[in-house]
Design a binder for this molecule. Structure first.
Ligand code: ADP
Ligand code: MG
Length: 220
């Protein structure tokens, strides 16, 4: 350290002033430079993700023209599992170890098991979210692995475990693909707690939990 004499201070105060004024603007430049770098890093992740998605093997065919189920399949809803074995990856252990059973159409079945025992996997297998390693699932005498994914998934219904509501009207949430007329939607028995009075077309932001019991009349 040294104590600058008054004379010396007089000499450098010009520099100090200049340094301060440049230094202050440098600060803003630093901030914007770092913001730009972060933005670039974020944008590059998008590119990385696209290239990652390009390498994902695609699912099975959407429609298998030579093997399409009848228009009213599944008529009864008999589900038969034959020695169903499922694993999530080639080298991973089996999650379902050869399940064989039969569900009669119209029955209400509860699948019970501890966390991680494969309940969700079993339901996912009905939609072919995971393809079986071995074994078959037969619904009303159609082996579901032989038909197209669109044909399969459009004929089965599911209310998923995590409740998801899309932004939009309740009508849109009940029928996102717009396949049913307003009349049909009204015929659906809907019990909405608290939001019962909303009409079908008014956008109704639903912020409360709603319990929806839906019973689609068979659309024949
Ligand atoms: N996407 C996945 N990838 C790899 N393993 C999974 C995946 N989903 C579930 N598993 C494994 O499969 C087993 C069964 O899980 P799951 O079907 O979710 O059970 P449950 O629904 O009965 O709690 C668990 O051991 C879990 O770790
Ligand atoms: Mg589960």
């Amino acid at each position: 350290y040294y104590l600058a004499s008054a004379k010396e201070l007089m000499r450098i105060n010009g520099f100090v002033g200049m340094a301060l004024s440049y230094g202050l603007s440098l600060n803003t430049s630093f901030v914007s430079s770092i913001q730009t770098q972060c933005n670039i890093a974020n944008q590059i992740i998008s590119v990385e993700r696209v290239s990652q998605y390009m390498d994902i093997p695609s699912e099975a065919a959407e429609v298998v023209e030579e093997n399409r189920p009848l228009p009213d399949w599944p008529e009864v809803g008999n589900v038969e599992l034959r020695d169903l074995k499922i694993r999530y990856r080639k080298d991973a252990p089996l999650v379902l170890h050869g399940i064989t059973c039969k569900f009669e159409g119209g029955d209400k079945i509860g699948v019970v098991g501890r966390t991680g025992s494969g309940k969700t996997t079993l339901i996912g297998a009905l939609f072919r979210l995971v393809e079986p390693a071995e074994g078959k699932i037969i619904i009303d005498s159609v082996d579901i692995s032989t038909i197209g994914l669109h044909d399969l998934r459009s004929r089965l219904g599911i209310i998923p475990q995590d409740p998801t509501l899309f932004q939009g009207t309740i009508r849109y949430n009940l029928d996102p693909l717009g396949q049913f007329s307003d009349q049909q939607i009204w015929e659906v028995r809907v019990i909405l707690v608290g939001v019962y009075s909303h009409t079908s077309h008014q956008p109704s932001p639903v912020s409360c939990f709603i319990i929806v019991y839906v019973h689609f009349k068979r659309n024949r």
